[in-house]
Design a protein around this ligand. Structure first.
Ligand code: ADE
Length: 260
């Protein structure tokens, strides 16, 4: 209430929490927030639970034509984004001058979205969501001059073993996965889903009314009202689906269960 707030001396008030912040460096800032402006992430963005800013890498270009790329040394197809331009864009995201040295340990990690990166996992997503935010570097063309990736010790992250036309859709995927874990974004129901993935198993199947549809009945156990039987059925289904669809996850789950 306003009355009680006004009785608290300003110096005694806790500092306002800084929301989880994402900065995206891209040649296509119009791609953001894109789907993240809708649904859970969009509402959380409007509510100030997280912040998103996009930096147009082209704004760091210095010539009349706003050039950001050049042909690769050694020949070959495509164009490579220039180290000096990308460096200036990254420095700006960290509020540093264009020629600055990278900070030893930046508060927000710099992630470079690339099919060459380590595969993004739920464990990495959880760690990123618990931190202050991320700075995401999206590449286009054939790639980015390796020297700027090395200088900033950027963490290369892939969202799957396929090649996208650029890092932007991958950045949207990474942000979606992080934002849904921020406190207050999902209800209790979402946290339960998160726990089920944490256990290393895929989700069991879901059903709702009507109980019969096109001659297909809902599994009888789900109508039984017997919570122990329902839990056992769901567990068995989660195990079966994980075994059938993702033998790799199933092997990891089995190994973890054996250790416990
Ligand atoms: N850029 C192009 N393909 C990608 C992928 N699979 N993951 C991350 N960034 C990418």
């Amino acid at each position: 209430m306003i009355a009680s707030a006004s009785t608290t001396p300003v110096h005694a008030m806790p500092p306002a929490p800084v929301p989880w912040s994402a900065s995206v460096l891209t040649l296509f800032p119009q791609m953001f927030p894109g789907p993240l402006g809708q649904s859970l992430a969009g509402r959380a963005l409007d509510a100030g639970t997280w912040r998103l800013d996009t930096q147009d890498i082209r704004a760091a270009a210095t010539d009349r034509h706003r050039t950001v790329d050049d042909t690769p040394f050694g020949g070959g197809p495509g164009m490579v984004m220039r180290a000096d331009i990308v460096h200036a864009a990254i420095a700006a995201a960290y509020d540093l001058p264009a020629e600055a040295e990278p900070p030893a340990t930046p508060a927000r990690p710099l992630l470079f979205l690339s099919p060459r990166g380590r595969a993004l996992t739920q464990a990495r997503v959880r760690a990123l969501a618990q931190g202050p935010g991320v700075v995401l570097l999206c590449g286009r063309y054939e790639g980015i001059d390796q020297r700027v990736i090395d200088l900033w010790r950027a963490e290369e992250v892939s969202v799957g073993d396929y090649v996208l036309s650029g890092g932007e859709p991958a950045a949207l995927v990474l942000l979606d996965a992080c934002v849904r874990l921020l406190p207050g974004v999902m209800g209790a129901e979402g946290s339960a889903i998160e726990e089920s993935f944490s256990a290393g198993l895929l989700e069991y199947p879901h059903f709702t009314r009507p109980a019969e549809w096109r001659g297909r009945a809902v599994p009888e156990v789900l109508l039984s009202g017997n919570h122990a039987r329902i839990a056992a059925w769901r567990r068995a289904e989660a195990e079966r689906i994980t075994r059938e669809q993702r033998p790799d996850l199933w092997a990891a789950h089995a190994a973890a269960t054996a250790r416990a």
